[in-house]
Every structure is written in structure tokens, then in C-alpha cells.
Design a protein around this ligand. Sequence first.
Ligand SMILES: [Mg+2]
Length: 186
Amino acid sequence: MQNSLSIDKSWSLFLDRDGVINVRKLDAYVLKPADFIFCEEAENSISRLSQLFGPVVVVTNQQGIGKGLMSEDDLQAIHTKMVSGIEAAGGRIDKIYYCPELKEAHSFFRKPAPGMALKAKKDFPVIQFKKSVMVGDTISDMRFGKQLKMVTVFIGDEKELISKNHKLIDYAFSGLKEFADFLIRP
Ligand SMILES: [Mg+2]
């Protein structure tokens, strides 16, 4: 793993949602706003990170829609809760990209395929992938970032998984707070 990373406004931040911003539900989807529970210090950490980075976007696979478990309106309501919590802490999310399709559909827009990142670059031409950080809690997120030559940050404590995938993971932290503390000395 690398030791230093100096971030300024020319850098972009890509955040996975479940397991990074909100608590991941084991074997269940977040289907309504009440299911959406922020991870510890997530709002405050995103606020700190959004002062440091240029564009801040969320990239999230939401096949619960493809499975018919929730509607796009349900997802919208969940994201309204997420964004208002982050804004109340002084942070910002510039745009949310989600892929509603089933895994089996092999969508170009479902991580680890790069579609959502390419969409983001179209919306925010200042985004440079080599000056972007992808933060996620799965190896799929790390693949998504690496194939675009992003810096990858794994959120989680699974030491064995991290060492097995060290080529895909540049940094690992237990949460967004620890990542923010690493970039911005507290
Ligand atoms: Mg996740």
C-alpha cells in the first residue's frame, strides 16, 4: 500500500453507497428511507471530504429495482434522505449514479463495468480518472476503480480479503472517518 496521497480540488471522489455511506443490510436491500442508516460519522466525514475534493459522486448498484422490490421513486426518497443528511452536516454530493439492472443483465452501467464512471465524466468534464479516488466496500468496487486507473480505497476490516486483493486495493480503512482522518490530519 502507498503511504502518501495529496488531494486538491483537481481530484474527484467516487463513493459507493451501501457499506460506505450507510450500513449494509445483510442479505437485504435498503428499500425505503427508514432502512437507510448512516454509518458512524459518515455525514461529517463526507462534509470534510467534499471540502477537499472537486466533484463528489455516488456510484451504486441497485438491482432491488430490477427485482421489482422497490421503485425508482422509492430510491429517490432514500437518496433525498441521504443527501439532506449530508448537506445538514455541511457536505455535498454532486450527483448520484445508480444501476437498477439485474446482475444477470451484465449491464455496462453495473459495477464493476465502467459505465457509471463514464457517465460521470460526461457530466463533469473536469473529472480525470487518474486523479480520482474510488471508495467502496467490495472487491467489485476496487475492480471498477482500478480498470479506470483510479486510486482505490477499501472500506472494511477483512484482513485476509484485503491482502488477497492487494493489487486492487491502494488503501484500506475501517470507515470513511478513518479515510478522512488520513487525508486531513485531525
Ligand atoms: Mg457497497
